[in-house]
Ligand binder design. Structure first.
Ligand SMILES: [Zn+2]
Length: 191
């Protein structure tokens, strides 16, 4: 999938006085999880607003194709299902219910195999594509979709590092916070 820029979405967030989103280069499956984020202790959720959701879909080359409120409802449901499957690889029932709404039709042309997603209900198309992208990531890079190891942080990422030991959304933010916490614990323990 061609990844388009976050620019339009950033402009809309700024116009509302919302902070920018972190981790904007993640693939669809992780990016839908990152439609919620924290800035300090304030929580933001772009799937609560039609215009932000449309800008987010546009970034991923997805059309709403139906009433934005319905698309948002299905996307929020997909976000929960994806988070559950990432947190516990055996917790796939909700994800599979979403995948049940569509299929991939295979065909062949001069260039090779063509995969065409078919989702009967247009309002579910974007949600289905998110779930489908998780199946893709899980098969291409098993175990590499992770939630940030900082418990309050809600961000997810696909670990593309060679060793596969990435734990934090960002070393500068959550990694350092955890390091400082360990330091405080050690220091406290020694006195
Ligand atoms: Zn984090």
């Amino acid at each position: 999938m061609t990844r388009q820029s976050e620019t339009e979405l950033e402009a809309q967030l700024a116009a509302r006085g919302w902070p920018g989103r972190p981790l904007t280069d993640e693939p669809l499956a992780a990016d839908v999880l990152n439609t919620r984020w924290l800035a300090g202790t304030d929580a933001y959720d772009l799937l609560e607003e039609d215009a932000l959701t449309l800008a987010w879909l546009d970034k991923h080359g997805l059309d709403a194709g139906a009433a934005a409120a319905d698309v948002r409802r299905h996307l929020r449901e997909a976000r929960c299902a994806l988070a559950a499957a990432v947190a516990d690889p055996s917790d796939t029932a909700a994800l599979n219910r979403i995948l049940d709404h569509g299929r991939i039709r295979l065909s062949l042309d001069a260039e090779g195999t063509v995969e065409t997603p078919e989702v009967a209900d247009p309002a579910r198309y974007a949600a289905w594509m998110c779930a489908r992208d998780l199946t893709r990531v899980m098969s291409e890079a098993p175990g590499r979709v992770r939630k940030c190891a900082n418990p309050p942080c809600v961000l997810h990422f696909v670990d593309t590092s060679r060793k596969g030991e990435r734990r934090w959304c960002s070393m500068a933010v959550c990694g350092n916070r955890a390091k400082a916490q360990r330091h405080r614990t050690r220091h406290h323990g020694a006195t």
